[in-house]
Design a protein around this ligand. Structure first.
Ligand code: PLP
Length: 448
């Protein structure tokens, strides 16, 4: 039975990433409030937040300090911008802090509002900087099949998922998609993880050669693919990929929108997975999702190229009204302060073994073909046949069913194709991790 509120919702809100045909019949889960790692719907039913919202709400709900940081900044200066010679303290302090934490030697931070805008900015910087460097033919960007980089025209083009392209007339020209480092699905029979990584690097090398190295500018990668189904690459994948990029003078853009700020037990996923990025996109856990804010961290050589262009053109013609919004910046700064004060990295590293043990144990469930993950993120891929890895008929929407049962059990997780993904708030406790997996197991037991 759809409630009156659900009917009003379906009649008026155009929902992102939803089946717009079935939503009016099913009704949305309408949430009202949150407390710690739990959220409550309008009837007061609690749910354990197994996805930290959308991979973002690291500190959970009800953090008064973050509310206070926002309120204080709103009282003092609710808005100021960074255009044409203006600035403000929250943006300056946040940029300084991010430079200190950055996984590469950083020169400056460009602020924006979403991960999509960050990656859109990355693409524009690649084009602009290569024009500035006098190599206008070096413009192509290589992403990967199953990558998720956002939904603006440029970032959706980088995304390697069919639903973000079909009928949107994407991707735009100049984007290529290399192979996905998912060993379970894409390795050849008997191929070891090491051999698989070697093959992917060789295929990337061949792709760059075929395109012409002088036309390929950048490779973009999430350390661990998130929205593509939580795909953890083989251990030697990035060092091998990095060698190919260095050989062809192709820069590496790390999309740290999910992995940044502790998800893999380090400040950045790049560090955890031995990537050496040239630039980094950040968002989500930067503010623990209490305010929308994102950014691109750039190195000296890009900053210098941009500055030289301004000498020529007179302006760096890029930026958003809300770039470095003072309230969002103040919230982000407070978030980073809390991460440091509460030693969130130590907490995450303390709970990772228990989280991964419960996750991997789900591999024995009759429905689970692969239980995969690293750090505090994971997924279980549901299969019709564990031996052959045969998938369920897509019309059965098996993972969506499991997610529905999980919701009944009081757990929020997310279906991605045939996988159920799990990405709890970083502050989750070991007891809450047990509750999460108890509920997920109960949901899987009900799924058929
Ligand atoms: N990059 C990655 C790795 C993401 O996971 C996401 C969103 O989930 C984005 C970019 C896009 O971010 P946003 O939804 O804030 O535009």
């Amino acid at each position: 039975m759809v409630t009156n509120l659900q009917a009003r919702d379906a009649a008026t809100v155009l929902h992102p990433y939803s089946n717009l045909a079935t939503l009016p019949r099913q009704g949305s889960l309408i949430l009202e409030r949150g407390e710690g790692v739990f959220v409550y719907d309008v009837d007061g039913k609690p749910y354990l937040e197994g996805m930290a919202g959308l991979w973002c709400n690291a500190l959970g709900h009800g953090r008064e300090e973050l509310v206070e940081a926002a309120a204080e900044q709103m009282r003092k200066l609710p808005f100021a911008h960074l255009f044409t010679g203006k600035s403000h303290d929250p943006a300056i302090a946040l940029a300084e802090k991010l430079k200190e934490l950055s996984p590469m030697k950083a020169a400056k931070v460009f602020f924006c509002n979403s991960g999509s805008e960050a990656n859109d900015t990355q693409m524009k910087l690649v084009w602009y900087v290569n024009n500035a460097l006098g190599r206008p033919q070096k413009k192509k960007i290589i992403s990967r099949i199953k990558a998720y980089h956002g939904v603006t025209v440029a970032s959706a083009s980088l995304t390697g998922l069919p639903n973000n392209h079909i009928d949107f007339d994407l991707p735009i020209p100049g984007v290529r998609h290399a192979g996905c480092p998912h060993h379970y699905r894409f390795a050849e029979a008997g191929e070891s993880e090491e051999a698989f990584a070697t093959r992917l690097a060789a295929e990337l090398d061949a792709l760059i050669e075929a395109e012409g190295p002088e036309t390929v500018a950048a490779f973009i990668a999430e350390p661990v693919m998130g929205a593509g189904g939580v795909i953890v690459p083989p251990e030697t994948y990035y060092p091998k990929i990095q060698a190919v990029l260095e050989k062809h003078d192709v820069m590496l853009i790390a999309d740290e929108v999910i992995c940044g700020f502790g998800r893999l037990g380090e400040w950045f996923g790049s560090t955890a997975l031995k990537m050496k990025p040239d630039t980094v996109s950040i968002a989500k856990q930067l503010s623990s999702a209490y305010a929308p804010i994102a950014g691109v961290i750039i190195p000296d050589w890009i900053d210098e190229a941009l500055t030289r262009q301004s000498e020529k053109i007179g302006v760096f013609g890029h930026g958003f009204t809300y770039s470095g919004h003072p309230v969002a910046a103040a919230v982000a700064l407070k978030t980073l302060e809390i991460y440091e004060r509460e030693n969130i990295l130590a907490h995450v590293n303390g709970i990772i073994p228990g989280f991964q043990a419960r996750l991997k144990a789900l591999g024995d469930h009759p429905l689970v073909g692969e239980a995969r993950g690293t750090g505090l993120v994971g997924a279980v891929e549901l299969v019709a046949d564990k031996t052959t890895k045969r998938s369920f008929d897509a019309r059965r929407a098996i993972a969506a069913k499991a997610v529905g049962f999980a919701q009944d059990e009081g757990l929020i997780v997310r279906a991605i194709g045939d996988a159920v993904s799990i990405c709890p708030p970083l502050v989750i406790t070991s007891a809450e991790i047990d509750l999460l997996f108890d509920r997920l197991t109960a949901a899987l037991d009900r799924t058929e």
